[in-house]
Structures are given as C-alpha cells and as structure tokens.
Design a protein around this ligand. Sequence first.
Ligand code: HEC
Ligand code: HEC
Length: 483
Amino acid sequence: MRSSILGLAAGLALSAGPAFAQPVVGDERTVRGHLDHAALAEGALSVPALIDAGRVLFSTRFTTLDGAGRPLATASEVPTRRPETGTPPFFRTSGPDANACAGCHIQPEAGGAGDFTANAFVAPQDIEYDFDSISPDLSMERGTTALHGSGLLELLAREMTADLHAQRAEALAQARETGQAVEMPLESKGVPFGVLTALPSGFVDTSQVAGVHPDLIVKPFSQKAVTISLRQFTVTALNAHHGMQAVERFGPHWTGVADFDGDGMAEEMTEGDVTALTLFQAVLPPPVQVLPDDPILAAAAARGEALFGQAGCAACHRPALPLDTPIFTEPGPYNPAGTLRPGEAPVVAVDLRDLWGDWLETDDQGRVLVRAFTDLRRHRIADAETPHFANEVITQNFVPRDQFRTAPLWGVGSTAPYGHRGDLTTLREAILMHGGDAADSRRAFEALSDEDQAAVIEFLLSLQIVPRGPVNPALDRRAEVQP
Ligand code: HEC
Ligand code: HEC
C-alpha cells in the first residue's frame, strides 16, 4: 500500500522530513510521514482523516526502510535486548512473523479475525523469548480475534474498573471506621467479581476475588484477559510481529537509546502514529445481528436466542452491558508504564455517537447497550471431563491454565475458526468443549432436542461483522482535547 498518510492528511499534523515535499523515485518506504500526537489533540486532523491514517498504518506492509525488524530486541512487552546471534529477519514462532497487522486480522476486512494459519505464538514475560518451536512448553498458540466493536469493550472495561476501585475504596473506608474486617462483594454492570476483604490496617485480601487480577483492572483484551487497552496491545504487537518500535515504550526516555532494536532506524512509530492506529481499531463498527432472509431460518434464529438464555449461556455471554459514556479518549486512564498515559500527553477524545449515530442502541436511561455477548471477565472453562480449553501448558500473567475471557460472541458468524487456539472449525464443537464453570450450561445444551440445538447455532450464525465502510463521511468534527 503506497498511498501515504501524507496524502490523506494534506501535510497537517505530520512531522514530515524534506523528502516528503516531493515524490521520491523508487521510494520503498510505506510510512512516509509521521503523526504528531499533540497536534492531533489540537484538532489538526478531522476524525475521519485520523481514522483513515490509522487504517493505512494497520494495512501497510512495513519495510526495513520504515524500521521493520528488530535484530537486537526480543518480542517481550518489556523492552529486552538479545545478543547478536544472527537471528533471521522473520521467524514464524517468536517473530517478527508478519508484514502487516492486516496480514492476520483480515476476515472479513482489515481489523477482522484470522485463519488458523494466522495464529500467533505468545510467550509469557518470564521465559526465554527466542523460541524456535511451536511446542506448547515454550509458548501459547492463539487464534487471531476480530477487533470490531473493541472501542466499546475498552470503554466498558474502564467503567467497570472504576466501579471495582470505588468498591475497594469503600470497603477500606468502612474497615477503618469500624475497626472490623469488611467483606465486600464486587460487582459492576451486574457482573460479579467475587468478594474482597478489607482490613482496618489497610490490607486488602483478594484471595476470593474472581475473574480479574488482584489489581481489579478489568482487562478486556487478549483471550486470557491480560491486556488493559488497545494502545497497550498495539505497542506490543508492533514490536512483536513487525519489529516496529513505538517511541513511547522503546524510546530514549525509557531505554536510554533512540534505536533500541539496533536496526539503524529511530522513531519508528510516534505517539501520534500509535494514536491513529488505536483509534482506527476502536471505531471498527460493532458487529450486528443479520437475520437470514429465509423465514424458517429467521424464526429458528429468534428461537435460538431464547434457548441460549434458557441453557444458561447468557450468564457469561451477557446479551448486553450498559455503557454510560460512549466517548473514546486516548490515551486511556489505566495504561501501564511504557504505554502513553494521560499525564504524559494531551487526551484526544472521539464521541462515538457522532461517528455512529443510529448504530448505537440506548436503554431508557440513555446508556448505550453493548451487545457483545461477554461479561469481560475470566471463567474456569475446562475440567477433567472436558479438558479441551485447558490445552495450554504455560500460565500467562498468573492466570490459571483453565481460565479464559468469556469470548465476545457478537461477530461469531464471521470469525471461524473458534476457541482461543482457533482449532475448532464449528460453533457446535466450541460449545461441546465447555467445561468447568460452564459444564452445567453445556449439559443443558446437550439436553436440548436436535432441532433446538440447531436453533442455537442458527442464532449464533446470525451474529456477524458487517463491513460498513468509512465512518459518517459528513462528519467534519475535529478530535477534541479533554480538559
Ligand atoms: C501473526 C498474526 C498477527 C499479527 C500480524 C497481528 N496480530 Fe493482533 N492478534 C493476533 C492474535 C493471535 C491475537 C489473539 C491474542 C491472544 O488471545 O492472546 C491478536 C489479538 C489482538 C488484539 C486484542 C484483541 C482481543 O480480542 O483481545 C489487538 C488489539 C490486536 N491484536 C492488534 C493488532 C495490531 C495493532 C497489529 C499490528 C501492529 C496486530 N494485532 C498484528 C494475531 C496477530
Ligand atoms: C461459565 C461461563 C460460560 C458459559 C456459561 C458459557 N460460555 Fe461460551 N465461552 C466461555 C469462555 C470462557 C469461552 C472462551 C473459551 C476459549 O476459547 O478459551 C467461551 C467460548 C465460546 C464460544 C467460542 C467463541 C469463539 O469465538 O471462539 C462459543 C461459540 C460459545 N462460548 C458459546 C456458548 C454457548 C452456546 C453457551 C451455552 C450453551 C455457552 N457458551 C456458555 C464462557 C462461557
């Protein structure tokens, strides 16, 4: 993809070098201009232009002239050097393993899911990074998930985190006041997260907290639910898959050097570039239900939705979670060090109502209903009788091997194959592999008549990613700076 961001942005917000003033013969860079986050926050680009810039970055096949490759750095989320070993520029296991984000995320369009061949091999922090085998002893093999609607998921998670943190503060205040231990059931948007015990000393016992880490930050991303924001994931993916290092994590203020990966290029991805990439993903339109034209199939899908509730599926795959404020702000409030944080840069805000208007459904309190069919927490999903989903040997970020994030089902009609490893070709197989906390629900599904089981499948097939083209093209609003 050679159309440069420059063309879209008409020179605005770009820290373009002199080379951009005129076309260059034989130019093999694909990133031929960089975005400046501060300028974006001042509204240098309209929201659609900013999103288009992100779309280009997501789909472009990075070259060594852009900074692709990381001869001296591993895929680790924490900047880590490796010895000069003559590792090849591409490596299917520990990466770099792809040319573009859209090399994997492409079903049914850029930002979507991936075929089994696009699986990635994820290694936890504490192991040797340069593994040359797909053995489960060395990494976790994961299927490529779709990013549609992910801005809404991140916003839900931020509101849920705020709720859980408020409940922790309340429990601590009560314990101080009363001099007694206080047991506080944690809950947000109707989703339970176990029980926290606050002691008068200020100590918090999280041993009975469930589905979320002890930090009580709801992490909506990665199938293990270990990543806080699209931005955190993006900075990690840029380095791991492509060797494109973002300044905000690999730049001199954290690592002391401008070219951490030793490929001769500095400032490979600026804060503004990452903001554009993140916003592109955040505003990929949420999947929707598409009922079949055939009246028999349509009736079956409607019946299947009711059966889905009756079989207990909806206890985890929540049909709707309410979102108070559909304004996507970047960077997000809970980002960890090494991912841009609000104190470090101005905040760019995009009101999703401006972008999507009619696409957003609201309840009687004006809250947006996010029909993602997830509760954004982890559950135990395997047991001795049904062990399939405990198919990983390594534990990631201290999450037990048999726990995973409730898969959002809102696009499953478009995202085969299924399961966190992408090794199940049908929805039925994925349902029959449910064990652990979902065992009763699976049995309820198995107890349904063949016709009723088929109706549940027909309902799931109707949940689809529908490419809807660019966001409201009439929108000329600039991104706004939040106070
Ligand atoms: C080699 C294939 C591959 C490439 C290239 C790739 N991804 Fe992914 N992506 C995956 C896989 C596999 C997952 C699921 C990871 C997991 O569950 O741990 C994923 C998950 C994600 C997620 C989290 C989504 C969720 O459902 O939790 C985000 C965000 C993401 N990728 C963004 C990107 C961006 C941005 C790029 C480019 C900089 C990129 N990816 C490049 C394979 C890829
Ligand atoms: C206890 C919580 C829970 C219940 C109850 C539950 N699920 Fe799930 N579901 C999960 C989790 C967790 C995953 C992710 C499994 C994995 O890949 O690691 C999942 C995955 C899935 C998938 C695969 C999605 C994909 O994109 O790969 C489907 C389909 C699914 N569930 C359907 C159902 C149906 C139908 C029911 C009711 C019969 C049900 N689930 C009940 C937690 C639950």
